[in-house]
Design a protein around this ligand. Structure first.
Ligand SMILES: Nc1ncnc2c1ncn2[C@@H]1O[C@H](COP(=O)(O)OP(=O)(O)OP(=O)(O)O)[C@@H](O)[C@H]1O
Ligand SMILES: [Mg+2]
Length: 275
């Protein structure tokens, strides 16, 4: 056994089952998440990702199975599990009437922390929201709202955080901002379990990827391990689209011997354009 394998995982899930009426959604989920790592739970719509995250954050009870979070048994001690986690749900939990700063202060107060204002200011700075901190959250873009939402869930420094589809509906720039935020969290030692239906998100962010399909984790591992499950890709030839330079040269013709000063100007323009 390696040293890593002997360390208690931050999240350990064994045999979790959950049905809604006669719809079996989770049919025995097993999963380990190492402390300080990012694991992406990948699955299509309706695969049961939110159901699993709700169970692990004690919002819903499983029909069978066990889980420990930070070494605490979820079934026996749900209150202590709640103290060591935070959940950023699939739909932003920001209060739109309040400013960004007021949202943060509110959560810090609810958690009975000292200096809620200082905590809010620190988080606004960490999430590049200082300038927007005094504005009502209703005026925030989707990316800003998501960052505020994640910032709110970090108040009290929980060692384990669950992010349910953190970037759904965001534009590419905002997604990258959220990814950077999540990476920084893990660099600081926080354990992150996130759900996503985006393959590139899992590739970009996760140390390990677990694929949830038809109620079980059908595969899990690092990106390289998962890639090795498939045969090496074949080399294929793709038709090359013409570049603007190709179009330009086809239209004006290649410079010929008979062209004089004109032609040197034109080739200079072409070279500049192709840089
Ligand atoms: N409270 C509930 N009552 C009945 N059915 C439910 C309930 N919650 C979830 N389901 C069903 O369980 C299945 C899994 O739902 P879940 O929300 O966990 O999927 P998901 O993987 O998070 O999907 P998405 O990517 O769309 O968020 C779906 O078929 C859903 O309709
Ligand atoms: Mg979901």
């Amino acid at each position: 056994m390696t040293a890593q394998a002997t360390r208690e995982p931050a999240i350990r899930v064994r045999g979790i089952e959950k049905s809604f009426q006669d719809l079996p959604v989770l049919r025995g989920v097993d999963l380990d998440v190492e402390a300080g790592s990012i694991v992406a739970l990948l699955g299509s719509n309706g695969a049961g990702k939110t159901t699993l995250v709700r169970i692990l954050s004690t919002l819903s009870r499983p029909d069978a199975g066990t889980a420990t979070v930070n070494g605490i048994d979820m079934g026996a001690n749900p209150g202590r599990v709640r103290e060591s986690i935070s959940l950023t749900g699939q739909f932003a939990a920001v209060d739109e009437v309040l400013t960004g700063r007021e949202n943060l202060v509110l959560i810090a107060r609810l958690r009975h922390l000292r200096n809620p204002g200082a905590i809010a200011d620190d988080l606004l700075a960490r999430f590049s929201l200082t300038d927007a901190g005094g504005r009502r959250a209703a005026t925030y873009s989707g990316g800003m709202r998501r960052r505020l939402d994640i910032a709110m869930s970090l108040i009290g420094d929980p060692p384990v955080i669950f992010l349910d589809e953190p970037t759904t509906g965001l534009d590419p720039q905002a997604r990258i901002e959220v990814w950077q935020t999540v990476k920084k969290l893990a660099d600081g030692g926080t354990t992150v379990l996130l759900t996503t239906q985006y393959l590139d998100e899992a590739e970009q962010l996760a140390d390990r990827i677990a694929i949830l399909h038809r109620g079980t984790i059908i595969s899990s591992g690092t990106l390289d391990e998962l890639k090795r499950l498939l045969p090496a890709v074949e080399v294929t030839y793709v038709e090359k689209q013409p570049s603007l330079e190709d179009v330009f040269l086809a239209l004006v013709g290649e410079p010929s011997e008979t062209d004089t000063a004109d032609s040197s100007d034109r080739s200079a323009t072409t070279q500049k354009g192709s840089r």
